[in-house]
Design a protein around this ligand. Structure first.
Ligand SMILES: [Zn+2]
Length: 481
């Protein structure tokens, strides 16, 4: 195994919304890009089932918890399959392998002397699965969930997070790309510099969740359980050998991943992940999406209407990774028509239509399939662009590098008026260059738009060194606006 990337595990009682889809598509594109470099990749996603929310949702749905979580886990897996997600593992936190790993890590943290019993008094927001500060409330309600937090006073196990302030800061100093993008890393650092408080790591007498070893009246706090999933996927030894290279997360859970998780791993004597990559939020026409507003955008609905690859393209191209982005139907249509229907789709259709009529037998350069200098320069620049931008999590810019090659191809067809070139050998040579450029574009697109990449690649076949073209149906039929 060369590369290990994860998404968060999502609450099983949620429905996949566009935010989940975005984080997961980003991780998928990175995983596929690594694989295209010849690396062996583990890509995990999954669901968090050990939360009080699950119990409440099952009750509401009038189902046994187990039947409910089985049904919901299936919904998540189907959604990812529909969005072309090629995860290699799907973890559910009720699996035995996970319970074992959580108990093992809890035991290590306990053995390190980092757990103690104490009384906790605070305001607990169920929606957050976390205690929230009184100063964060608006009219007595959690501003995000618009519910009143419970006043909780109970005996808990505490994790000595306060002991890890210096160690974390030193670690950040030594790993200056631990959190990307850099502005989020600065926020994390500023938060840790203010000083860290010990945190409650268990809840009293819960009916669901993983019991604290040797203290069945306490259940392990959902985050102390959920974060461990990343180790579970590899097993303790596997993680020791090669921890996660990238945890892809949303910015709302960055602190859990960049502060609590590394401290837990330090305490347990385990290596730390390579990077935490945090994406921003997606708004709907500038408005935050929320259940109460009912303005959520369903990624499966968009995929059904525009195509999976169009959705993947929109999210990866339109949103600058790390920053907040905005979705509107209008933006989606503009991207679709301009970049896909008129851009890539039109270029592919033109080249394939012109090339379909040609016989490429005996064209110079045909034998080894090496395009002319002009084309090979453009192809090399595109590949360098994609690799450089991907390494820096600039996925939109990586796509832009591919679209530069599409624009070059378009210009070439127009300026040379390829269809009018009378000399057979010269016309075929120009078309051969375009076909090879299109193939290179298809291959560069594979991590981002796997289906489109396959369709283009399938249009070009070789038989004893001779190229045959079979034009596919329109890749992106125009949508009237
Ligand atoms: Zn809340």
């Amino acid at each position: 195994m060369d590369f290990y990337i994860t998404t968060p595990i999502y609450y099983v009682n949620d429905r996949p919304h566009i935010g989940h889809a975005y984080t997961t598509i980003v991780a998928d594109a990175i995983a596929r890009w690594r694989e295209a470099q010849g690396e062996q990749v583990i890509f995990s996603t999954g669901v968090d089932e050990n939360s009080q929310k699950t119990v409440d949702a099952a009750k509401k749905a009038n189902e046994e918890i187990r039947a409910y979580t089985d049904r919901m886990a299936e919904i998540w897996q189907e959604a990812w399959a529909k969005l072309g997600i090629a995860n290699t593992d799907f973890i559910r936190t009720t699996e035995e392998r996970h319970l074992e790993t959580v108990r093992e890590i809890w035991g290590r943290i306990d053995a390190a002397g980092d757990l103690y019993r104490g009384t906790y008094e605070g305001l607990y927001c169920k929606g957050h699965e976390a205690f929230i500060k009184e100063s964060d409330l608006v009219d007595g309600l959690c501003p995000e969930h618009r519910t009143a937090p419970e006043v909780v006073k109970e005996q808990n196990y505490f994790f000595k997070l306060s002991e890890y302030q210096e160690k974390l800061l030193r670690f950040y100093d030594e790993h200056d790309e631990f959190v990307v993008p850099a502005n989020r890393f600065r926020e994390v650092r500023a938060f840790v510099e203010q000083g860290l408080e010990d945190i409650s790591f268990s809840r009293e007498g819960k009916e669901w969740g993983i019991p604290v070893p040797n203290d069945p009246h306490q259940a392990i706090y959902v985050w102390a359980d959920a974060l461990v999933n990343y180790v579970t996927v590899r097993g303790i030894e596997g993680w020791e050998e090669h921890p996660a290279d990238v945890h892809a997360v949303g910015k709302d859970i960055l602190r859990f991943h960049a502060v609590i998780w590394p401290a837990m791993l330090m305490s347990a004597g385990l290596p730390l992940p390579g990077q935490i990559a945090a994406n921003g939020f997606i708004t709907n026409g500038g408005v935050k999406m929320s259940k109460s507003l009912g303005n959520g955008v369903d990624p499966l609905d968009l995929a059904a209407r525009y195509g999976v690859d169009a959705l993947r393209y929109f999210l990866l191209r339109e949103i600058q990774y790390g920053e907040d982005g905005d979705y509107t139907e209008e933006k989606m249509r503009v991207r679709y028509n301009a970049d896909l229907a008129n851009g890539l789709g039109n270029f592919a259709a033109r080249v394939l239509a012109l090339a379909e009529r040609e016989s490429f037998d005996g064209v110079p350069g045909m034998k080894d399939g090496v395009p002319g200098e002009e084309f090979s320069g453009v192809i090399a620049a595109m590949r360098r662009g994609v690799d450089g931008k991907m390494a820096a999590f600039r996925l939109g810019d990586a796509l832009a590098a591919i679209w530069d090659a599409v624009s070059f191809g378009d210009r070439y067809v127009n300026e040379k008026k390829v269809w009018e070139i009378k000399d057979d050998a010269a016309r075929r040579e120009a078309l051969l260059g375009l076909v090879l450029l299109l193939e290179a574009i298809a291959s560069a697109l594979a991590p981002f738009m796997p289906e489109t990449s396959r369709k283009i690649a399938a249009a070009v076949s070789r038989e004893r060194g001779v190229i045959h073209i079979k034009r596919p149906d329109a890749l992106f039929p125009r949508i009237s606006s």
